[in-house]
Design a protein around this ligand. Structure first.
Ligand code: ZN
Length: 372
């Protein structure tokens, strides 16, 4: 069994995902290493910050440097010098979210133009299985059809049907040694279609299950309501992955509803805009009120930025686009989300998750209005 459920508190869960490269305590936040790197951060630093699993993007690594090159280099772990667990997505999200590059979807696969050179490329379930086997990730994801929010119901039903058909094909493909495979459910916020997708995908019996096709532009309350009935419909004994959420409020809301794993580019993306995620809300360091502020980004944070540098200095670095500014903000933002998630896990184990969530959100001004 690759997943152990350790404690529950309401619908919230604490568990452990076992992989070839080590255990992942859940709830787990996965920093995104899109092109084989979490931007500007060394893998040794990721480990020190408390990262237990990284996400790599199949789409990007397939094109640059190429998954066969990575395989020749000993797989993604050796290539990027990260010996902990790695989850690779299927590439489907990039293919379907870059809609102006999407050419055709048919029974066998999807055809699109590469964002790198515009050439037409085809992904089938068999292709993404081979690419992820080459990358050698610990957890591979199935290729799914991810329609945009507000697609008509006929198209949504077709996405559910095709996603199940593709999952059945990918399930029997060769994998890297010990590689786990997660199925992805679709159906947006349509209860009948989502539950149909969950029934069809869980029938195939994967190592874990993702809620795909949410957080794609629908209202936040609709998204949270959907997770509330969809997550508990997934098997208790398998990990549940919500794809693409990483703002503090969103993380706590989906964890409360029974999600175990999630990923987001928010920590490094906000760092690029000169912003810090803190226990008292998001700070835009570009704001002149920080020009002479001697305090750390977040009082009590043990990250390399907060233990040594002032807001005033980091603001100066961000304004001058110094690489050190990007690095310090990335380190801090990653640490913040990893700590938030570790705190959630401890609270679930103690049976105090509701109080923990209320305390964290109570300190965040206007968290409800702050959409990632
Ligand atoms: Zn910090």
């Amino acid at each position: 069994m690759s997943f152990d459920l350790v404690a529950t508190d309401g619908e919230a869960r604490a568990g452990v995902l076992h992989t070839v490269h080590g255990d992942v305590p859940t709830p787990a936040f996965m920093p995104v290493g899109t092109k084989g790197a979490v931007r500007s951060v060394d893998p040794a630093e990721l480990r020190e910050l408390g990262t237990s699993i990284l996400l790599g993007n199949t789409y990007h690594l397939h094109f640059r440097p190429g998954d066969e090159l990575v395989a020749d280099g000993g797989g993604l772990h050796a290539f990027m010098a990260w010996d902990g667990p790695i989850l690779t997505d299927s590439g489907g999200f990039q293919v379907f979210s870059l809609r102006d590059t999407l050419l055709a979807v048919d029974e066998v696969g999807v055809t699109f133009r590469s964002v790198y050179d515009g050439s037409p490329v085809r992904f089938t379930p068999e292709d993404v299985a081979r690419i992820q086997a080459n990358l050698g990730s610990d957890v591979a994801m199935c290729l799914d059809v991810c329609p945009p929010a507000l697609v008509d119901r006929g198209d949504l039903a077709e996405a559910v049907r095709l996603t199940s058909a593709w999952a059945a094909r990918q399930r029997v493909c060769a994998r890297a040694p010990g590689q786990l495979l997660f199925g992805i459910t679709q159906g947006a916020s349509d209860e009948e279609l989502r539950l149909r997708s969950i029934a069809e995908i869980t029938e195939l019996d994967f190592d874990g299950y993702a809620l795909g096709g949410l957080s794609v532009g629908e209202p936040r309350d609709v998204m949270f309501d959907s997770v509330a009935w969809a997550a508990p419909a997934l098997p208790d004994e398998k990990p549940r992955y919500f794809m693409g959420i990483g703002d503090p409020e969103g993380v706590l809301e989906v964890v409360e509803r029974g999600v175990d794993m999630f990923d987001c580019v928010l920590p490094t993306r906000t760092a690029r805009t000169g912003s810090a995620l803190t226990s008292e809300g998001r700070l835009n360091l570009r704001n002149s009120r920080f020009a002479r502020d001697p305090r750390p980004l977040d009082e009590g944070c043990a990250c390399p930025a907060c233990t040594r540098f002032s807001r005033a200095y980091i603001r100066h670095l961000a304004n001058q686009k110094e690489l050190l500014g990007l690095r310090l903000l990335s380190l801090h933002n990653l640490r913040y989300l990893l700590q938030l998630t570790a705190g959630a896990r401890e609270a679930i184990e103690r049976g105090t998750f509701t109080a923990y969530k209320a305390e964290v959100l109570g300190r965040l001004p206007g968290a409800r209005e702050e959409v990632p």
